[in-house]
Ligand binder design. Structure first.
Ligand code: COA
Length: 189
Protein backbone atom coordinates (compact mmCIF):
# COMPACT_ATOMS: atom_id res chain seq x y z
CA UNK A 1 0.00 0.00 0.00
CA UNK A 2 1.19 3.49 -0.81
CA UNK A 3 0.77 6.85 0.88
CA UNK A 4 -1.61 8.94 -1.27
CA UNK A 5 -1.32 12.72 -1.44
CA UNK A 6 -4.00 15.17 -2.57
CA UNK A 7 -4.13 18.97 -2.56
CA UNK A 8 -5.14 19.17 1.11
CA UNK A 9 -4.81 15.63 2.46
CA UNK A 10 -2.42 12.75 3.02
CA UNK A 11 -3.86 9.22 3.07
CA UNK A 12 -1.66 6.92 5.14
CA UNK A 13 -1.93 3.11 5.15
CA UNK A 14 -3.62 2.34 8.47
CA UNK A 15 -1.37 0.80 11.18
CA UNK A 16 -1.87 0.07 14.92
CA UNK A 17 -0.01 3.28 15.86
CA UNK A 18 -2.98 5.21 14.45
CA UNK A 19 -5.37 3.63 16.96
CA UNK A 20 -5.16 6.18 19.75
CA UNK A 21 -5.76 9.24 17.57
CA UNK A 22 -8.36 7.40 15.47
CA UNK A 23 -10.26 6.36 18.59
CA UNK A 24 -10.86 10.03 19.33
CA UNK A 25 -11.90 10.66 15.72
CA UNK A 26 -14.23 7.63 15.59
CA UNK A 27 -15.89 8.42 18.94
CA UNK A 28 -17.92 11.22 17.34
CA UNK A 29 -21.56 10.08 17.82
CA UNK A 30 -22.74 12.00 14.73
CA UNK A 31 -20.98 9.45 12.53
CA UNK A 32 -23.33 6.72 13.77
CA UNK A 33 -26.69 8.44 13.37
CA UNK A 34 -27.80 5.87 10.79
CA UNK A 35 -25.43 2.90 11.00
CA UNK A 36 -22.45 1.25 12.68
CA UNK A 37 -21.19 2.05 16.16
CA UNK A 38 -18.10 3.60 17.72
CA UNK A 39 -15.12 1.43 18.72
CA UNK A 40 -15.44 0.30 22.36
CA UNK A 41 -11.84 1.14 23.36
CA UNK A 42 -8.43 2.15 22.08
CA UNK A 43 -7.14 -1.38 22.71
CA UNK A 44 -9.97 -2.90 20.70
CA UNK A 45 -9.18 -0.57 17.82
CA UNK A 46 -5.43 -1.26 18.05
CA UNK A 47 -6.06 -5.00 17.87
CA UNK A 48 -8.39 -4.55 14.92
CA UNK A 49 -5.80 -2.45 13.09
CA UNK A 50 -3.16 -5.11 13.86
CA UNK A 51 -5.35 -7.84 12.34
CA UNK A 52 -5.96 -5.70 9.26
CA UNK A 53 -2.24 -5.15 8.73
CA UNK A 54 -2.10 -8.28 6.58
CA UNK A 55 -4.14 -6.23 4.05
CA UNK A 56 -5.69 -9.55 2.98
CA UNK A 57 -8.75 -11.67 3.67
CA UNK A 58 -8.08 -14.96 5.54
CA UNK A 59 -8.11 -16.96 2.28
CA UNK A 60 -5.83 -14.41 0.60
CA UNK A 61 -8.22 -13.77 -2.27
CA UNK A 62 -9.19 -10.17 -1.36
CA UNK A 63 -7.22 -7.04 -0.65
CA UNK A 64 -8.48 -5.27 2.50
CA UNK A 65 -7.18 -1.75 2.17
CA UNK A 66 -7.55 1.00 4.79
CA UNK A 67 -6.11 4.51 4.70
CA UNK A 68 -6.43 7.04 7.51
CA UNK A 69 -6.96 10.61 6.34
CA UNK A 70 -4.68 13.39 7.60
CA UNK A 71 -5.10 17.11 6.95
CA UNK A 72 -2.13 19.37 6.28
CA UNK A 73 -1.85 20.55 9.95
CA UNK A 74 -1.34 16.87 10.80
CA UNK A 75 -4.81 16.14 12.17
CA UNK A 76 -6.43 12.73 11.58
CA UNK A 77 -10.03 13.22 10.42
CA UNK A 78 -11.32 9.79 9.31
CA UNK A 79 -10.63 6.87 7.02
CA UNK A 80 -11.39 5.36 3.64
CA UNK A 81 -11.56 1.64 2.99
CA UNK A 82 -11.76 -0.77 0.06
CA UNK A 83 -12.33 -4.51 -0.24
CA UNK A 84 -10.81 -5.50 -3.58
CA UNK A 85 -11.99 -8.72 -5.23
CA UNK A 86 -9.85 -10.63 -7.74
CA UNK A 87 -12.28 -9.91 -10.59
CA UNK A 88 -11.73 -6.14 -10.55
CA UNK A 89 -14.65 -5.26 -8.28
CA UNK A 90 -14.23 -3.31 -5.04
CA UNK A 91 -16.56 -2.37 -2.19
CA UNK A 92 -15.73 0.99 -0.69
CA UNK A 93 -16.47 2.76 2.63
CA UNK A 94 -15.63 6.03 4.41
CA UNK A 95 -16.14 7.80 7.72
CA UNK A 96 -15.09 11.30 8.69
CA UNK A 97 -15.58 13.10 12.01
CA UNK A 98 -18.49 15.52 11.67
CA UNK A 99 -16.45 18.67 12.18
CA UNK A 100 -14.80 17.84 8.84
CA UNK A 101 -18.02 17.37 6.86
CA UNK A 102 -19.22 19.87 4.23
CA UNK A 103 -15.68 20.91 3.23
CA UNK A 104 -15.07 18.49 0.36
CA UNK A 105 -12.56 16.41 2.35
CA UNK A 106 -14.48 13.14 1.97
CA UNK A 107 -14.72 13.65 -1.79
CA UNK A 108 -11.02 14.47 -2.05
CA UNK A 109 -10.04 11.36 -0.07
CA UNK A 110 -12.38 8.97 -1.88
CA UNK A 111 -11.35 10.33 -5.29
CA UNK A 112 -7.71 9.63 -4.39
CA UNK A 113 -8.53 6.11 -3.23
CA UNK A 114 -10.48 5.36 -6.42
CA UNK A 115 -7.60 6.54 -8.60
CA UNK A 116 -5.26 4.26 -6.64
CA UNK A 117 -7.67 1.31 -6.83
CA UNK A 118 -7.83 1.71 -10.60
CA UNK A 119 -4.13 2.19 -11.26
CA UNK A 120 -2.51 -0.10 -8.68
CA UNK A 121 -5.16 -2.81 -8.11
CA UNK A 122 -6.92 -3.03 -11.49
CA UNK A 123 -10.33 -2.11 -10.07
CA UNK A 124 -12.95 -1.38 -12.74
CA UNK A 125 -16.21 -1.55 -10.81
CA UNK A 126 -17.12 0.01 -7.47
CA UNK A 127 -19.94 -0.79 -5.07
CA UNK A 128 -21.19 0.65 -1.81
CA UNK A 129 -23.81 -0.55 0.67
CA UNK A 130 -25.57 1.90 2.94
CA UNK A 131 -28.65 2.16 5.13
CA UNK A 132 -31.51 3.66 3.14
CA UNK A 133 -32.03 6.38 5.73
CA UNK A 134 -28.37 7.48 5.57
CA UNK A 135 -29.21 10.49 3.42
CA UNK A 136 -25.73 12.02 3.79
CA UNK A 137 -24.00 8.94 2.41
CA UNK A 138 -26.62 8.58 -0.33
CA UNK A 139 -26.08 12.18 -1.45
CA UNK A 140 -22.32 11.72 -1.29
CA UNK A 141 -22.45 8.60 -3.47
CA UNK A 142 -24.76 10.25 -5.97
CA UNK A 143 -22.36 13.18 -6.26
CA UNK A 144 -19.63 10.62 -6.96
CA UNK A 145 -21.64 9.12 -9.82
CA UNK A 146 -22.94 5.98 -8.09
CA UNK A 147 -26.36 4.70 -9.09
CA UNK A 148 -28.76 2.26 -7.46
CA UNK A 149 -28.40 -1.42 -8.34
CA UNK A 150 -30.67 -4.42 -7.82
CA UNK A 151 -27.96 -6.90 -8.85
CA UNK A 152 -26.67 -7.81 -5.37
CA UNK A 153 -28.02 -9.06 -2.06
CA UNK A 154 -28.45 -6.45 0.65
CA UNK A 155 -30.73 -6.12 3.67
CA UNK A 156 -34.24 -4.74 3.18
CA UNK A 157 -33.23 -1.45 4.83
CA UNK A 158 -30.11 -1.01 2.68
CA UNK A 159 -29.21 0.28 -0.76
CA UNK A 160 -26.58 -1.19 -3.05
CA UNK A 161 -24.99 1.47 -5.22
CA UNK A 162 -22.50 0.90 -8.02
CA UNK A 163 -20.24 2.79 -10.37
CA UNK A 164 -17.96 1.66 -13.18
CA UNK A 165 -14.49 3.18 -13.42
CA UNK A 166 -13.73 4.46 -16.88
CA UNK A 167 -10.06 4.55 -17.79
CA UNK A 168 -9.19 7.49 -20.01
CA UNK A 169 -6.57 6.00 -22.35
CA UNK A 170 -6.06 9.36 -24.14
CA UNK A 171 -4.59 10.91 -20.99
CA UNK A 172 -2.20 8.08 -20.16
CA UNK A 173 -4.55 5.82 -18.25
CA UNK A 174 -6.10 8.24 -15.76
CA UNK A 175 -9.47 7.64 -14.15
CA UNK A 176 -12.21 9.18 -16.28
CA UNK A 177 -15.62 10.39 -15.17
CA UNK A 178 -17.95 7.74 -16.54
CA UNK A 179 -21.09 9.41 -15.34
CA UNK A 180 -19.52 10.53 -12.08
CA UNK A 181 -16.32 10.54 -10.09
CA UNK A 182 -15.73 8.41 -6.97
CA UNK A 183 -17.32 6.08 -4.39
CA UNK A 184 -18.14 4.68 -0.92
CA UNK A 185 -19.60 1.86 1.36
CA UNK A 186 -18.46 -1.24 3.14
CA UNK A 187 -18.54 -4.92 2.22
CA UNK A 188 -15.99 -5.98 4.86
CA UNK A 189 -16.86 -8.08 7.88
C1 COA B 1 -20.90 10.57 4.10
C2 COA B 1 -19.87 11.65 4.43
C3 COA B 1 -18.47 11.12 4.23
C4 COA B 1 -20.12 12.83 3.49
O1 COA B 1 -19.24 13.88 3.85
P1 COA B 1 -19.36 15.34 3.15
O2 COA B 1 -18.46 16.24 3.89
O3 COA B 1 -20.81 15.71 3.04
O4 COA B 1 -18.84 15.06 1.68
P2 COA B 1 -17.92 15.92 0.70
O5 COA B 1 -16.49 15.77 1.03
O6 COA B 1 -18.34 15.52 -0.69
O7 COA B 1 -18.29 17.41 0.97
C5 COA B 1 -19.29 18.04 0.20
C6 COA B 1 -19.67 19.34 0.84
O8 COA B 1 -18.50 20.14 1.03
C7 COA B 1 -18.70 21.42 0.38
N1 COA B 1 -17.37 21.92 0.02
C8 COA B 1 -16.75 22.93 0.64
N2 COA B 1 -15.54 23.10 0.12
C9 COA B 1 -15.39 22.18 -0.85
C10 COA B 1 -14.33 21.87 -1.75
N3 COA B 1 -13.19 22.53 -1.75
N4 COA B 1 -14.51 20.83 -2.59
C11 COA B 1 -15.66 20.13 -2.62
N5 COA B 1 -16.71 20.40 -1.79
C12 COA B 1 -16.57 21.42 -0.91
C13 COA B 1 -19.68 21.12 -0.71
O9 COA B 1 -20.36 22.28 -1.12
C14 COA B 1 -20.62 20.17 0.02
O10 COA B 1 -21.40 20.93 0.93
P3 COA B 1 -22.90 20.47 1.34
O11 COA B 1 -22.79 19.08 1.94
O12 COA B 1 -23.31 21.51 2.32
O13 COA B 1 -23.67 20.47 0.07
C15 COA B 1 -20.03 12.11 5.92
O14 COA B 1 -21.32 12.59 6.10
C16 COA B 1 -19.75 11.00 6.93
O15 COA B 1 -18.60 10.69 7.26
N6 COA B 1 -20.85 10.41 7.48
C17 COA B 1 -20.75 9.40 8.56
C18 COA B 1 -20.17 8.08 8.11
C19 COA B 1 -21.02 7.37 7.12
O16 COA B 1 -22.25 7.44 7.15
N7 COA B 1 -20.34 6.64 6.24
C20 COA B 1 -20.99 5.89 5.20
C21 COA B 1 -21.43 4.53 5.64
S1 COA B 1 -22.14 3.69 4.23
Amino acid sequence: MRVLCTTRLTLEPQVPDHAEAMFAVMSDPAIYEFENEPPPSVDWLRQRYARLETRRSADGSEWWLNWVIRTAPSQLIGYVQATVHPDGRAGVAYELASRYWHQGYAREAVDAMIAELASAYGVRHLSAVLKRRNHRSLRFLERLGFTHSTQGEVEADEWLMVRPIAIDTRSGGGVGSDGGSSGTADSRP
